[in-house]
Write a protein that binds this ligand. Structure first.
Ligand SMILES: Nc1ncnc2c1ncn2[C@@H]1O[C@H](COP(=O)(O)OP(=O)(O)OP(=O)(O)O)[C@@H](O)[C@H]1O
Length: 280
């Protein structure tokens, strides 16, 4: 990650600009809008003219009030939902369907209920073409990394919510995407589990920095994890402001919260979202 931080400048950013604009971006969103049909036969404009760039290896969070279009933005980038206007390019190719090399993680885990924790991870390895002989070692490595060794043979229904999200993270890591799209992956968890998994995610990411778009309601989580935080407003969803998170790396997800700069960033972002909500 040092290279990303070195390339970054402290110049103020305008929405859509990446701090590592000199490298080819992992994601480029250009003039994207999205409409959905409404039940009364009308059309709802949910995303309005969004420009956004995600640099290679960058950790970007999107925050904003409920209903402003954060999840929709993620689904548009994922190719699961088609854009109405504009274009999205992932790894140099225009997105018309879910692109290769993209992994998802959602608020509720999507583990296969009939498979054990190990088997769930094994399926991801199978999907990414890992030879059968190499799978057991990788499964053991991931279970150890996520503290799930004792639960390898448990089905999802027999482990806690935090463990299920760990297993879901293990499956994502097993798949090994170049781009992680994470929609409130820790949103349903208690504060302590959230803290532990946030730390895990930072630790894993600092070893093998992949590009991440992370949607969350939790501003402290966004600031603690990210290189950059985007504040959306809406509907229709637009980018309201953008914050460069210049806190030191590697970061301790808990200790970083004690820095005055951390508090200052959180206050500014809260102020931004608060002003929007008050104006509604
Ligand atoms: N498939 C769909 N059909 C119609 N409307 C949709 C669809 N998906 C999303 N929307 C609308 O888009 C708007 C934005 O929803 P979205 O879930 O993206 O917001 P969000 O910012 O992620 O909200 P939250 O923080 O509450 O999860 C909402 O008004 C929602 O009703």
């Amino acid at each position: 990650m040092a290279s990303l931080m070195e390339r970054a400048t402290s110049a103020p950013q305008t929405p859509g600009e990446s701090p590592a604009a000199c490298a080819p971006p992992r994601v480029k969103v250009v003039g994207v809008s999205k409409t959905f049909p409404t039940p009364d036969g009308g059309v709802a404009r949910v995303i309005e003219n969004v420009d956004l760039t995600l640099a290679e290896g960058e950790f970007l969070s999107i925050v904003g009030p409920s209903g402003c279009g954060k999840s929709t933005m993620l689904r548009l980038i994922s190719g699961l939902t088609p854009v109405s206007e504009g274009r999205i390019v992932v790894a140099g190719r225009e997105v018309t369907e879910p692109p290769p090399g993209v992994g998802f993680m959602f608020q509720r885990d999507t583990l296969l209920p009939w498979a054990t924790v190990s088997e769930n991870i094994s399926i991801a390895l199978e999907l990414n073409g890992t030879p059968p002989a190499a799978r057991p070692a990788r499964i053991a490595e991931l279970l150890k990394l996520l503290g799930l060794e004792r639960y390898a043979d448990y089905r999802p229904s027999a482990i806690s919510g935090g463990m299920r999200q760990r297993a879901a993270l293990g499956r994502l890591l097993a798949y090994g995407p170049e781009l992680y799209l994470m929609d409130e992956p820790f949103g349903a968890l208690d504060a302590m589990t959230k803290m532990i998994l946030g730390r895990e995610l930072l630790r894993i990411w600092s070893q093998d920095a992949k590009s991440v778009v992370f949607v969350t309601h939790d501003i402290e989580e966004a600031v603690g994890l990210s290189d950059r935080v985007i504040v959306m407003e809406g509907p229709p969803g637009r980018i309201k402001s953008e914050y460069r998170i210049d806190l030191p790396r590697p970061r301790d997800f808990r200790a970083v919260r004690l820095l005055p700069e951390f508090r200052d960033l959180c206050e500014r972002i809260w102020g931004d979202i608060g002003r929007h909500s008050e104006a509604e």
